[in-house]
Design a protein around this ligand. Structure first.
Ligand SMILES: Cc1cc2nc3c(=O)[nH]c(=O)nc-3n(C[C@H](O)[C@H](O)[C@H](O)COP(=O)(O)O)c2cc1C
Length: 226
């Protein structure tokens, strides 16, 4: 059983005393799938089966050329041997960072299962056909919202957004399909490292990392100290 000890909520002492002891089954290299993406798929399925809220949410970290990191949540919308894909505005702050450095890291935080997975690597654009297929699967409201929002720019007030939505709603009113905006699309993190973290008791957690080795770029699994 997990135990939670917390003091007065909202106080520094309260935060210091908050901890969960993880009595979860351990993870060894022999338990892992042959490839990182099969293992991530398996854990994602377990997160879904376990009722995790937004199981495909991942915290995406990027940095600008000044080295200053930023993080935010995005939804993983593609997972296969090529990498982990998400969709966003190509003029957003995150996209600016990605274009500047070509690197990103994303963490799936499955706290209820005492797990996290972190994917790190280079980033490539999802090809237009795949982006179009995903765009077409989105609800019309989300499509219009993507047209209406110049993501990451400062806006005077909420009304600016509501007015922009009204304008694009009118603009596409007689079109069955809202077209894919040029400023919107997918990015895929092409990992060279994927770490699977499983909480264990006494903070001796299991950390197993698939990493690309050497000139022949073969994947190796290594254990890291927690
Ligand atoms: C659960 C959740 C899912 C989100 N999914 C996405 C997403 O898939 N794509 C996206 O652009 N923003 C998503 N967002 C909003 C981002 O966290 C962020 O606010 C936005 O992309 C602007 O980030 P930026 O200014 O750093 O580029 C999501 C936020 C939450 C809380």
């Amino acid at each position: 059983m997990d135990s939670v000890a917390a003091g007065e909520p909202g106080t520094k002492q309260g935060l210091a005393a908050m901890r969960v002891d993880y009595q979860t089954t351990g993870l060894s290299a022999g338990d892992l799938a042959a490839t990182w993406h099969e293992q991530l798929e398996a854990w994602l399925q377990e997160a879904v089966a376990g009722g995790v809220v937004e199981p495909n949410a991942m915290v995406l970290a990027t940095a600008g050329t000044d080295g200053r990191p930023s993080s935010r949540t995005v939804l993983c919308k593609g997972l296969d041997a090529r990498g982990v894909a998400f969709y966003t505005n190509y003029t957003s702050a995150k996209s600016h960072d990605i274009r500047s450095t070509r690197y990103a890291s994303a963490t799936f935080p499955w706290y209820a299962q005492h797990r996290q997975v972190t994917v790190r690597g280079t980033v490539e654009a999802v090809d237009p056909a795949e982006t179009q297929a995903y765009w077409s699967s989105r609800p019309r409201g989300a499509q219009l919202g993507a047209w209406a929002s110049a993501q990451s720019v400062v806006v005077r007030d909420r009304r600016v957004l509501d007015d922009a939505l009204a304008t694009v709603t009118q603009r596409f009113a007689d079109q069955d399909e809202v077209p894919l905006p040029g400023h919107w699309g997918g990015w895929r993190i092409v990992p060279d490292e994927v770490e699977f973290w499983q909480g264990r008791s006494d903070r001796l957690h299991d950390r197993l990392r698939y990493e690309i080795d050497g000139m022949d770029r073969t994947w190796t699994i290594r254990r890291l100290a927690p």
